[in-house]
Write a protein that binds this ligand. Structure first.
Ligand code: AMP
Length: 331
């Protein structure tokens, strides 16, 4: 079985990306049922909103190093940059011509991001899910591990694949989402009803994996909670505390129920201290490894190998798609 996933290099990778995505990739790479794993850097998705070219380049390399520092093993996982495999854009266009505007306009992420855009909404912000569908369908991925926020896009991917298969005959594998129960939705530290996002204008809202460890402690200590003073999970009435419980549970692998029991007589300050200790203990070795490899030849070697492997698979698939659709000349 094959699994595939990606992250946009649109800013500093956050704890939400780690807990919602990368930590799962690292666990799944040890699952023997997956004999082929592709993890990519979704740079083409990043340009749906304005990017500074120097920062983007830096973020691409940084994300590659972070994947490795977080524990992805290049002997088991193919890591590559999306824009280095042009078949993604080719199939993305074809899937734009397979989907309908109404379907895309219904995507909640589009609606959210559209509201935040100043200075115009790019066409790409709307059609982004077609490109995401292409990323997945090009490789016949069976499983796509993501956070809950991508579930709707995955459903669209399945619809597009089924529509194409019905019209042109069996071409694409219909992918299954893989959303881990905890960590599927990590929320902002200052507005815990909103998801934690690396593009949040307020850096206090998120923890970057590369934040200074003291800054991380400060951000957790100033996380918005409530005035009740009791620690238990209730997303609706206690979104801040519930978010911290989710974070602690994902990091320590202790269930939320057990954490509630452990902290039932503790105050918020002690609880936050423990959350901060757990996050720092998790991120310290990742940061150390990141700093060791960022400027080593390893990162480029891994990306070159990943590009070659992904191109091999993607080119075979795109040739099949073009042929089925009557595009170009018969081969
Ligand atoms: P993105 O940052 O949009 O490229 O997302 C990369 C991965 O991180 C996807 O699998 C997302 O589902 C996951 N992710 C992003 N934000 C969150 C969040 N707030 N909570 C959990 N997972 C998230």
């Amino acid at each position: 079985m094959r699994f595939l996933s990606g992250i946009q290099p649109s800013g500093n990778i956050t704890l939400a990306n780690y807990l919602g995505a990368v930590q799962n990739f690292v666990k799944l790479q040890d699952d023997p049922k997956f004999n082929d794993i592709l993890i990519f850097i979704a740079d083409l998705h990043a340009i749906t909103v304005p990017q500074d070219k120097t920062v983007l380049r830096k973020n691409i390399k940084s994300l590659a190093a972070l994947y490795l520092a977080c524990g992805l093993d290049p002997n088991r996982v193919h890591i590559f940059i999306q824009s280095e495999v042009p078949a993604h854009t080719q199939l993305g266009w074809i899937l734009q011509c397979t989907g309908y505007i109404g379907e895309l306009e219904r995507m909640t992420q589009y609606k959210d991001k559209k509201e935040k855009q100043i200075g115009g909404i790019t066409v790409g912000l709307l059609t982004y899910p077609s490109l995401m569908a292409a990323d997945i369908l090009l490789y016949d991925a069976d499983i796509v591990p993501t956070g809950k926020d991508q579930k709707q896009h995955l459903e669209l991917t399945r619809d597009l694949a089924e529509r194409f298969n019905t019209k042109y005959g069996d071409t694409f594998v219909i992918p299954e989402p893989y959303i881990s129960k905890t960590g599927a939705n990590i929320m902002s530290l200052i507005e815990p009803t909103k998801k934690m996002s690396k593009s949040d204008p307020n850096p206090k809202a998120y923890i970057s994996l590369l934040d200074d460890l003291n800054v991380i402690r400060k951000k957790i200590k100033s996380a918005v909670t409530d005035s009740e003073g009791k620690i238990y999970f209730d997303e609706e009435n206690k979104p801040g505390i519930s978010n911290l419980l989710t974070i602690l549970s994902c990091i320590t692998n202790v269930s939320i129920k057990d954490l509630e029991e452990k902290y039932k007589d503790k105050n918020y300050q002690d609880f936050k201290n423990d959350v901060a200790d757990a996050v720092v203990a998790k991120l310290e070795p990742i940061q150390k490894k990141y700093n060791e490899i960022l400027n080593s030849p390893l990162v480029d070697e891994v990306l070159d190998n990943g590009r070659d492997y992904a191109s091999y698979l993607a080119n075979k698939k795109i040739a099949k798609v073009l042929n089925k659709m009557g595009l170009g000349r018969k081969k």
